[in-house]
Write a protein that binds this ligand. Structure first.
Ligand SMILES: Cc1cc2nc3c(=O)[nH]c(=O)nc-3n(C[C@H](O)[C@H](O)[C@H](O)COP(=O)(O)OP(=O)(O)OC[C@H]3O[C@@H](n4cnc5c(N)ncnc54)[C@H](O)[C@@H]3O)c2cc1C
Length: 437
């Protein structure tokens, strides 16, 4: 009887010990993480800065980092969203689909389209965009694909000085930290920069796809190398551990300790203020209160393809007729917002009768999650999403891509088709292979 009593006491003591340890660890982690994410939430700002950057997304993070390299220059970065640190959904590429429609997403919809979106309710296209420090690089698909050299050369040819491919290549190299063995020593890549670029082949279908390309007589290429014409394993902005490497991780975070760089989160810019035709400051809303900061040199708008033209128009720069309709005084009558373009993406499904793809069940299994957490491998390091409305199937974006130029002459500025392979499994027994273009 005494033994039984002692056993009970021991078990009780053990349970108490474990509970207390778990609670203490949880408190320590909570304090640690909240400190980390609060570190840069400045409540008091200077009255004036040399540069004010609106939007701390892909572009804004790089700009803030580069401009504040000079200690004598003061920079304010205004961002409508917050810092999202240590969020498993953000760091895990395979969870990317869960970020769309979340609080980190502006959740834009287009107006009903007249000539497209016929298969979509109301013909309104959904446009996810990051509302968070790091912007859309926090919820995008991590593909590291530089623009076509023909596009850059075309811009330079049309008068955009300094933008030819040979002139922008050094900047791509400066920012890159490429650890893909096959390409990292090529003259089109470099190591040691802030932006981590890696490759992962979570499924053997990647190699099958590349083999199919070879069989068709296509070249297997480095998609950021000399030619983008052919089949390539995709390169991704991911760390060696397989986690997302956003522009916040790469550029802004390492710069946030600088005294001359201030980041103000949850700060929605509402207007650039002009004196005659010179920008003198920015009005923004933070914690429900309107604020104003003046600028000595420049206001830079990097609020994304939707918000930048919106903010310009709110500030009086845009088509006069539209601004007058909206009761906004025109400062400069310009066709702002009239050349917005989006790229097409369509998905075609094909069945494969093998087991090389990953089912939703396999993807969310404990062993797959442990592989990711311990070794940075498995399907969580791939971009995946789930298309519930269409087929209730899970869809994995593979790490391969194919480009096809449409003209014979490689020297011409050219249209390209980017084909990214998708794999999904519509039922446990029928894996499906699809192509998005
Ligand atoms: C679903 C999806 C997948 C994608 N996949 C890829 C991919 O795999 N590879 C790739 O290269 N590209 C991809 N892209 C595109 C790429 O992510 C974007 O082109 C890029 O992030 C845009 O950068 P940006 O700096 O222009 O805008 P953003 O990164 O969107 O930054 C704009 C920032 O401004 C802030 N902001 C907006 N308005 C205001 C305001 N009034 N006041 C203050 N702050 C404001 C926003 O909150 C945001 O943080 C993808 C895009 C989407 C939507």
């Amino acid at each position: 009887m005494e033994d039984l009593g002692d056993n009970k006491k021991n078990r009780w003591a053990m349970a108490t010990f474990i509970t207390v340890t778990v609670v203490i660890v949880a408190i320590v982690l909570a304090v640690f993480y909240s400190r980390q994410s609060n570190e840069y939430k400045l409540e008091s700002l200077n009255k004036s800065y040399d540069y004010i950057i609106v939007g701390g997304g892909s572009a804004g993070s790089v700009l803030a980092s580069r401009l504040s390299e000079s200690p004598g220059v003061t920079v304010l970065l205004l961002e409508a969203g917050d810092i999202e640190e240590n969020n498993f959904l953000v760091t895990t590429p395979g969870a990317v689909h869960l970020l769309q429609h979340s609080e980190l997403d502006w959740e834009y919809y287009t107006v009903p389209q007249k000539t497209s979106q016929f298969g979509i309710y109301d013909q309104k296209s959904f446009w996810p965009r990051g509302r968070v420090v790091g912007g859309t690089s926090i919820l995008n698909y991590l593909v590291y694909n530089r623009g076509s050299r023909h596009d850059f050369d075309g811009w330079a040819h049309n008068g955009c000085e300094g933008w030819s491919y040979q002139e922008v290549l050094p900047y791509f190299l400066k920012s890159e930290d490429n650890i893909i063995p096959e390409v990292m020593d090529s003259k089109y890549h470099s190591k040691g920069g802030p932006l981590k670029v890696t490759e992962s082949r979570a499924m053997t279908l990647v190699d099958t796809f590349l083999d199919a390309g070879k069989e068709m007589g296509e070249h297997i290429i480095d998609c950021n190398g000399y030619s983008q014409d052919g089949f390539c394993p995709l390169q991704s902005t991911k760390s060696e551990k397989g986690t997302r490497w956003s522009t916040y991780d790469a550029f802004l975070k390492p710069a946030l300790g600088r005294d001359n760089l201030h980041l103000s989160v949850n700060s929605l810019a509402t207007k650039v203020i002009f004196e005659e035709r010179r920008a003198v400051g920015v009005e923004f809303i933070k914690n429900g209160r309107k604020k104003f900061v003046t600028v000595d040199n420049e206001v830079i708008l990097s609020a994304g393809a939707v918000e930048t033209p919106h903010l310009l128009m709110l500030s009086g720069i845009g088509p006069k007729e539209h601004l007058t309709d909206m009761d906004i005084m025109t400062i400069s009558d310009l066709p702002v917002g009239e050349n917005l373009q989006d790229h097409m993406m369509s998905i075609v499904y094909n069945c494969i009768n093998g087991t090389q793809s990953m089912t939703e069940k396999q993807a969310s299994s404990i062993s797959n999650t442990m592989r990711y957490l311990l070794f940075g491998t498995g399907s969580h390091v791939t971009r995946s999403r789930y298309i519930h409305q269409v087929t209730a199937a899970s869809l994995h974006l593979l790490q391969v891509s194919a480009f096809q130029t449409f003209t014979e002459s490689f020297s011409q500025d050219d249209a390209q088709m980017d084909m990214v392979q998708h794999v999904c499994q519509s039922s446990p027994s029928i894996p499906v292979l699809g192509f998005g273009t």
